[in-house]
Design a protein around this ligand. Sequence first.
Ligand SMILES: O=C(O)CCC(=O)C(=O)O
Length: 441
Amino acid sequence: MGESADPPFETTYKNLFSNSPDSTLQKDSGPELIVEESELPLIDLNQLNLGDLEKQACQKLIAQASREWGFFQVINHGISRDVLETMRAEQVKLMKKPFLDKTNCKDSNLSAGSYRWGTPSATSLEHLSWSEAFHVSLTDVLGSGGHNSLSSRMEQFATTVLKLAQTLADILAEEIGDKTCFFKETCLASTCYLRLNRYPPCPLIHPYKMFGIIPHTDSDFLTVLYQDNIGGLQLVKDGRWIAVKPNPQALIINIGDLFQAWSNNVYKSVKHRVVANARNERFSTAFLFCPSSDTVIRSRGLYKSFSFGEYRQQVQQDVDVFGHKIGLSRFLASRRTSAAGHTGQPEPKLTLLRRHVRVFIPHSLRPGRIIKRRSLGPFPTDPVHRRGGVNGRVNPTMWRFVVQFTHPVFWGSMGKNSIYDEKVRRIEATIDDGGLALKSA
Ligand SMILES: O=C(O)CCC(=O)C(=O)O
């Protein structure tokens, strides 16, 4: 009998299934994931090659869709069917390998840690992504000279899609009055990523109650997505989730967090998710248009300047501590103006009350829990979290807990979340008028 290609979702997450109230498993309850299907704005990029009028009209459509939807589809995008289909064939071959070979990145020449599946920090079924992916830095595949067909197909796909991404980014910049070389200088083949996604069928619970990928925004400038025709991608439009109808001729483009910050919120990085499917597996390939880590993203006022490296580190820290990404709101300039001492303005007065504070121990950092580091951790002095990416166990005698202030007035001195390490088994927080006392036991 051949070894299974599917990750062991059911055994690894059995506690989530058994802890889930029966109601979550039933059809009529749990998150409502069946939503109305809609056509994304469809833009014919051939218009860019015609006269000035057609070109300008096309540029305006791209900017309008990025402002109003954060998502659109393009046809006549210049990526040949052959490049797309051969990429997909190699992706399918890779994903059909035995699970253990994928976890070891065996035979694929990809860096250890490229393979991800499920959601290690999930504490309930609503936090679980029923999918597996290779998250590939293009430095792993560039100049591969065709040393295996997977690398050479990825290189061919990525270098072609990069040109499309640069064209779109330049248009979006020009449409907000900033004709710039910024994207050509900072987003290079070597700084971008490919994400090869597979969504195995999910026969377990009522499948349309399960996420293939949980709701998120992308942490890049923009994403170019090549999906098959199974469907399942959904996004938020005007406060409602809508389902994207697959179009086999089109590539999907979506704005990421960096573009939202860079454009000072003109273009929208919109939440999206994928819904699991009971019968069919689904594949998608995402090209993530990213700058180098030290590139500074300057917004025109709404956000403070931050480097891409800082952004990613903050996202990773939030995922470790809270189990989910917090994203751009971490970098709002107004946070700085409310911080003590930065503005010279007196801090608004507010008495600290019970409702302004939450004290908790993040599930992902419970004592003894095994964690797998993927990148530079937020707590570099802790042996588990030191630089370089190691697997380890959270120190079983040391508890990390978080005091979260829910009102920005208190963020000045402490930050929104203050993290403490204590040799304790119990934390008690006493909040009296104007004061917070933490007692450990
Ligand atoms: O598979 C899709 O349609 C979306 C993929 C996605 O959101 C991601 O890879 O972050």
